[in-house]
Ligand binder design. Structure first.
Ligand SMILES: Cc1cc2nc3c(=O)[nH]c(=O)nc-3n(C[C@H](O)[C@H](O)[C@H](O)COP(=O)(O)OP(=O)(O)OC[C@H]3O[C@@H](n4cnc5c(N)ncnc54)[C@H](O)[C@@H]3O)c2cc1C
Ligand code: FES
Length: 244
């Protein structure tokens, strides 16, 4: 884990309320896809966690949806501005579990961490299938970016305005060797019920410290309590215990 100053290199709007921001700084603590960073924003006591979407040398790419005051403020950050960032947080996805034909399932703001994962899996020569799920056509982002990595890509929209009508679970390929997923909890539950292989599930929790000190993000699993920020955010299918 490292706390360092990053410079905003660029920022662009991907959809009405989703932004892609590129940050330049010391990325040495970022090792695995599925890890996250915690951003300090002026005027906010708690940092805001965002998944690493891409890593290229000194550059980190993050994609975030504007849902409240923190992300709204971030959307106004301009090139050259400085941000204090805690990097190298969370356990990340383990590509060794993938088998030869992994399936990546992302829903909305859960899509970003799957991009670096897809990149790593393609570099390892895996046949990667990806299903990206959104509510409607105007929310779709990164379809071309996943295709450019050489992934087989399907897009679902809940209202049928683009791609396959329905949820990511309506577009599963016939065969796959392991599932990696990130998205809203109802989606994760549906994926859990439907898949026939092992799976790595990335969870979101409201976070305090973001690095294991406050216990604010702990949750019950089949193997005891785990802190989503430290022993997660990725849990394996067999250790998940759903709470009603
Ligand atoms: C490990 C991790 C990785 C994440 N990665 C991404 C990402 O790549 N892209 C992205 O868009 N978002 C991601 N999130 C969610 C993101 O952290 C929140 O949307 C953000 O902190 C909201 O800040 P805010 O000040 O704008 O909203 P707030 O004013 O704090 O909250 C506004 C709304 O967002 C909800 N919210 C706030 N924080 C969270 C949270 N941690 N989890 C779920 N809902 C929350 C609140 O319940 C509220 O409804 C991630 C969260 C975690 C825990
Ligand atoms: S957020 Fe503090 S322990 Fe996880």
């Amino acid at each position: 884990m490292k706390d360092s100053l990053f410079t905003v290199a660029s920022q662009r709007r991907l959809t009405e309320n989703v932004y892609e921001i590129r940050l330049k700084g010391d990325t040495s603590a970022v090792v695995l896809p599925g890890q996250f960073v915690n951003l300090k924003l002026d005027g906010f006591f708690l940092r805001r966690p965002l998944s690493v979407c891409d890593l290229e040398g000194d550059f980190l790419t993050l994609i975030y949806k504007v849902v409240g005051c923190g992300t709204e403020q971030l959307s106004r950050a301009e090139a050259g501005e400085k941000l204090q960032v805690l990097t190298g947080l969370g356990n990340g996805y383990d590509t060794a579990l993938s088998g030869t034909a992994p399936l990546l399932l992302g829903g909305g703001a859960g899509v970003p961490p799957l991009y670096l994962l897809a990149k790593r899996l393609r570099a390892e020569g895996k046949a990667v299938s990806t299903v990206l799920g959104f509510n409607t056509v105007g929310e779709v982002f990164y379809e071309a970016e996943f295709r450019n990595l050489g992934c087989a890509v399907a897009v679902t929209t809940a209202d049928g305005s683009y791609g396959i009508k329905g949820f990511v679970t309506d577009a599963l390929p016939e065969t796959y060797t392991h599932v990696y997923t990130c998205g809203p909890e109802p989606m994760l539950r549906a994926v859990y019920r439907k898949i026939t292989t092992g799976g790595s599930f990335s969870f979101e929790k409201r976070m305090g410290c973001g690095f294991g000190a406050c216990m604010g993000c702990s949750c019950k699993t089949e193997t005891g309590y785990k802190r989503i920020c430290r022993e997660g955010p990725v849990l394996q299918k067999e250790e998940i215990r759903w709470e009603d």
